[in-house]
Ligand binder design. Structure first.
Ligand code: ZN
Length: 157
């Protein structure tokens, strides 16, 4: 059976491709795409379990009229280190690049140390990325290092 390898086209916006299968909803939540869709009325297409040569199965997200901020790109790179971002304008590909894991990340992850000041006061979280495989973060405030399931993302909706 020929299975589709992509989802509906958008005229302008961004495509996040090569997301590990099952991670598209998390990215959508962390980027707040649900709230964005309600606000703008723009199309957001989320494809789960598409065929991929490099990943076996992958997810794809397309968002109409969106451009990703640096912070959004950073969080995509943590969840989907092999993702490619394509920017489309007037149905043409303007830019395509792979994400890069940054050295630091802002207020998108929750510090797992429950005594950390960020879990008690209105302080914006900051983390250094101290390892890429496995992805390991260090809290700027309490210096706790953590990886794996301890990395929990702040979900916007
Ligand atoms: Zn901390």
């Amino acid at each position: 059976m020929d299975r589709p390898v992509t989802i509906a086209k958008i005229d302008s916006g961004i495509v996040i491709d090569h997301i590990p299968a099952g991670k598209a909803f998390l990215i959508s939540q962390v980027l707040g795409l649900n709230a964005l869709a309600r606000k703008t009325g723009d199309i957001i297409a989320i494809g789960i379990n598409f065929e991929s040569q490099s990943l076996n199965k992958k997810d794809i997200i397309k968002v109409e009229n969106l451009s990703l901020t640096r912070n959004m790109l950073n969080v995509v790179s943590l969840i989907a280190p092999l993702a490619t971002i394509t920017r489309i304008e007037n149905s043409k590909v303007i830019e395509k690049h792979k994400v890069e894991i940054p050295d630091r990340i802002g207020d998108v992850v929750i510090c797992p140390d429950r005594f950390c000041i960020t879990n008690h006061e209105q302080v914006l979280c900051k983390f250094s990325i101290v390892g890429k495989s496995p992805l390991t973060l260090r809290c700027h405030y309490c210096e706790t290092e953590f990886f794996g399931p301890l990395i929990r993302y702040k979900e916007k909706s």
